[in-house]
Design a protein around this ligand. Sequence first.
Ligand code: MG
Length: 378
Amino acid sequence: PRRTFKGRSLPVIDTIELYHVAMPLIYPWRTAYGSDAVIESVLIKMWAGDAYGWGETTPLAKPTYSPEYTGGVYHVCREILSPALIGKKIDLGETLQQQFSWVAGNFFAKGGLDAAWWDLQARRQNQPLWKLIGGTNQVIDVGADFGVQDSIDMLLGNITGALDAGFKRIKLKYCRGWDVDMIAAVRSTFPDPVFHIDCNSGYTLDDLSMFKKLDQYNLAMIEQPLMRDDLVDHAELQQQIETPICLDESITSPEKAWRAIKIKAGRWINIKPARVGGVTQALEINRICEAEGIPCWTGGMLESALGASVCKALATLPNMKYPSDVFPSTRFYTEDLSTPPIELSGPSQMTLSDTPGVGAEPIPERLERQTIDRAVIR
Ligand code: MG
């Protein structure tokens, strides 16, 4: 359904504030791509008259997870995308996306502005974002995730802690040197719990025999086993193994999702709103997946509570069938730049608030302190 204002004249978007921030982590986040000690993010405040909305987007500081990186996203938002919105009256997410249709790629940059627009609209309609987008589950399931640890023993200890805390599923980062032996140890110690692995594009079809070995460990899915552009190879791999493949980095747009489904490149899709160009695009991908019988789940990029709240909102949609990658603020951040902080409301659970809009925004003093560059476009 298309959602628009009824009988209320929309003010034009007149000002966009951009903040390039560096948010310190408690400890570095280690994946197949390397190690990050801070998360660089772009926060966006979009004004229309006296109304405003906040958005956040972070592809990480270096172009590893995607070809975009935070400094580049900040530049594209400042020089190209924000000027395309100033002076426009926009009543639909699709209309906002049309303003960007001449810009190739740059999905994270588009996604931050799209998210800010949705917060603005939800606030103006006095509705929480999750209800505005058709969410039905005010309480969502969330999972536990573990990056590469110093030792298998440390990992097993952390998994015990997560299971004791009631987490319904556990995701393990997976890369060369932290691979089949790690899974074998985990599965022999914990025969029953739901586990899946995330390869972050680390492998190729040359690793087929390794992936076949993984079938015996009853994993819920293998997230992004191959390179992001290798949809055809993913389809080949999925044919050869029983464990479902979940596409993450590969899915950057509704068109990509449609093609991936068409060639059977995976059986799950992870939707990160920032990666796919925003809430508008995330909703469209989810709509396509639902129509094609492909379940989804959602996650984020270690955003502050602002960006994570968008992920929470998406997780309330009926086609979201697997616990989300949304984490309590205290899991990663010494202090969350945004408020209210992300918190569990029960074991493996978070509850959405009825606050109009996305339900979180930056704390001015922390935003001031963590900002490394800023711009105002009028
Ligand atoms: Mg992933």
